[in-house]
Design a protein around this ligand. Structure first.
Ligand code: SF4
Length: 155
């Protein structure tokens, strides 16, 4: 087992039992980030072997993964999805647009990065980011949440 596999297995087991369910939200992407995110499900990356899966409902999700800069058309859907997700709200912004790098620029139809609306746990830059980078972002989000939930003991 590689280092990232061990960290994923250990983090998921400690934080969520035996599985991590992710709700993906396209807030206004060009679909490039979707292709790379969905590649995580193919036989090469096969993230289901670690207990990670994408789910249709935010009520079933432990983590939100947002792609695309937030467009006005999808802002309400993003807000409703965020509200429906359980706490702690772990949000991973995937791709330069979601990270607020202004690839599309500011227009009447577009807010920019996800952190203009909600706090982001981890940013995964790149246009689009590679599947390995997205997986590393998911892992960092798990580990940061784990650290926040169990602060180091004082002497
Ligand atoms: S970061 Fe690049 S690939 Fe992803 S939504 Fe923006 S333009 Fe598309």
């Amino acid at each position: 087992m590689t280092g990232i596999e061990q960290r994923l297995t250990s983090g998921i087991r400690h934080m969520f039992g035996r599985s991590l369910h992710i709700r993906h939200i396209d807030a206004g992407s060009c679909n490039g980030c979707e292709f790379e995110t969905m590649a995580l499900m193919n036989p090469v990356y096969d993230i289901q072997q670690y207990g990670i899966d994408f789910v249709a409902s935010p009520r079933h999700a432990d983590m939100l993964l947002v792609t695309g800069g937030v467009t006005r058309n999808l802002e309400e859907a993003l807000r409703k999805t965020y509200r429906a997700a359980a706490s702690p709200k772990i949000l991973v912004a995937v791709g330069a647009c979601a990270c607020g790098e202004d690839l599309i620029g500011k227009t009447y139809a577009n807010f920019g990065g996800v952190d203009k609306i909600f706090p982001v746990s981890v940013y995964v830059p790149g246009c689009p980011p590679r599947p390995q980078a997205i997986l590393e972002g998911i892992l960092q989000a798990i580990e940061r949440t784990r650290e926040l939930k169990s602060p180091p003991k004082r002497n």
